[in-house]
Design a protein around this ligand. Sequence first.
Ligand SMILES: [Zn+2]
Ligand SMILES: [Zn+2]
Length: 262
Amino acid sequence: MEYYDQHLHTHFSYDSNADFEDYLTNYEGFVVTTEHFDLANPVTKTDDIPDYKAYSQTIDTLNRKYGNRVLKGIEIGYIASEKERILEYLTDKDYDLKLLSVHHNGSFDYLDDEVKEMDPAIVIPQYFAQLSEALDVVKADVFAHFDYGFRVFGLSVAEFQAYEALFLPILDKVIDKKLAFELNAKSAYLYNNLALYDYVIDLYQSRGGTLFSIGSDGHYLEHFRFHFDDLFALLRQKGVTELALYQNGQQIMVPLPNETRD
Ligand SMILES: [Zn+2]
Ligand SMILES: [Zn+2]
């Protein structure tokens, strides 16, 4: 099986207008979308919940048309105040792939402009505390964009190292709970955090981590499989030979592509 994009959105996410067919008509392999589930979202001032019934029906229809290559996914945005409702929503639903994220803290989304004016020394430890709790509470397959909470600060590796002691227990938890570590192409290449990813991959490996997932976090076709060849090459340099895929919540290890497409 060829490695496919494991972080992708359609109009079932509040912040995307993309259609499944945008991706399906431009790619021959599996397509999984990971739709936003963000309760008490300060961005929209509402609960952003993908319509599971409509989502499942759409996927069933597309699977008949496109030869069963559409998979179900969700990006679970953890927020402590909504813990019970998050767990309740997830109980009776089936997903091939579950991503775990923290996007907001109830008052602001970590990408909001106001965060740029805040003190990283206050924001980052709070974000890490949320990640730590999210990992304890929610069972998921992939630990998404470790850097979301501090993207707006544009940290250098040296600046990140000031928080490393706080971050290592989170990485250890990711490893202990057997989640795959996501390389988020949008973070790395659109938000210029490639150096941080490069550094943290080494940290993850040094703690014993071996499970990698690559996702574009695309909200439209132009970002689908964004910079995948570059991320494959980066992992190859680090001695990685396999990537983790998830279908029906089961992990499937597939070879890291070793040829760069022309
Ligand atoms: Zn996200
Ligand atoms: Zn996303």
